[in-house]
Design a binder for this molecule. Structure first.
Ligand SMILES: [Zn+2]
Length: 311
């Protein structure tokens, strides 16, 4: 719990927008330069056909760069990406819990969170929410946030085009709003993988991409102590931690490791005076308890922290 890992910069001149409302898409510098490169390559082919190897090479390199950026979950090259809470969060950290709800694990996680009076953000899958609506209701009833982790959690999510991306994310918006009574404000891509079409879709749906500061790999590692160490190494104010209630790895007793990890993490956070909050409370304290997400937005807009989100 000493050093803070370097964080990718968040695109600086983002337009503040009220949480949950559509905003204008502004291409990131990376996307703008890719567009310029494509235009230059097209012009070169027309004016100097002999330059075709350079033109084709430049376009291929640009596509490889965009693909690499999409495979790097914490990258902000394709658009805004929450890798840490905004400075206004002070010493707070955020615990994010993906891939549920899971009727075996989620209620036990809720009990652990209650014991430590901690708030968490659950990135739920729409289809799982349909199968286990009571779990979602319970998450909300106990004061936590439900956010969008897509409708089906498709493995080829990052290969979808704009229309399919929008269908998948909007379906989860409808499902989770209907069951939880709270319209999601954040989206996390399945496995954190995405492509350049995602950010314009998120802008239209009024969602913000959230990744994490560090993750425990608790769906793969069967040793709770190892997972806990990964999460606590360098733990600092404004960190966003990622664990899972869906598809948890199990230890030798066949217990989901996350159930041993969370008490240890929450104990350490309490000892370090790092209270847990939700992502939506960090973006807009005034709307975090608004189940329709429709009130108090003016004040929230004034404080929208994107311009200074990186440290
Ligand atoms: Zn996931």
């Amino acid at each position: 719990m000493t050093s803070t890992p370097p964080r990718p910069n968040v695109t600086p001149r983002a337009t503040p927008a009220a949480p949950g409302t559509a905003r204008r898409w502004r291409p990131s510098p990376f996307i703008k330069s890719a567009a310029v490169l494509h235009a230059g390559a097209a012009a070169a082919l027309v004016l100097q056909p002999a330059l075709w190897p350079w033109a084709v090479g430049g376009v291929v390199a640009s596509h490889l760069g965009a693909t690499a950026a999409g495979l790097w979950p914490r990258s902000a090259l394709l658009g805004l990406n929450w890798t840490a809470l905004p400075p206004s969060a002070g010493r707070q950290i955020a615990l994010t819990i993906d891939d549920g709800p899971n009727p075996e694990v989620t209620p036990r996680i809720l009990d652990i969170l209650d014991r430590y009076e901690a708030r968490a953000t659950f990135f739920c899958i729409g289809d799982a929410a349909r199968r286990h609506p009571r779990c979602v209701e319970e998450i909300v009833a106990r004061g936590h946030a439900v956010e969008n982790h897509s409708q089906q959690h498709r493995h080829h999510f990052s290969l979808l085009g704009p229309a399919a991306l929008e269908r998948e994310i909007d379906a989860a918006q409808q499902t989770l709003s209907e069951i939880g009574g709270m319209r999601p404000l954040f989206f996390r891509a399945p496995a954190g993988l995405r492509n350049p079409f995602l950010e314009p879709v998120l802008c239209r749906l009024g969602l913000h991409l959230a990744s994490w500061t560090r993750r425990g790999f608790d769906t793969r590692t069967r040793d709770a102590a190892v997972v806990t160490r990964r999460l606590l190494r360098g733990l600092a104010p404004r960190d966003i931690l990622l664990v899972h209630d869906g598809n948890p790895a199990r230890d030798a007793r066949n217990q989901p490791v996350v159930l041993d990890v969370l008490p240890a993490v929450l104990e350490a956070a309490r000892a370090a005076n790092l209270p847990c909050t939700t992502l939506r409370a960090a973006i807009a304290p005034d709307v975090c308890n608004d189940r329709e997400g429709s009130e108090g937005r003016e004040g929230a807009e004034a404080r929208t922290p994107f311009a200074t989100m990186d440290r």
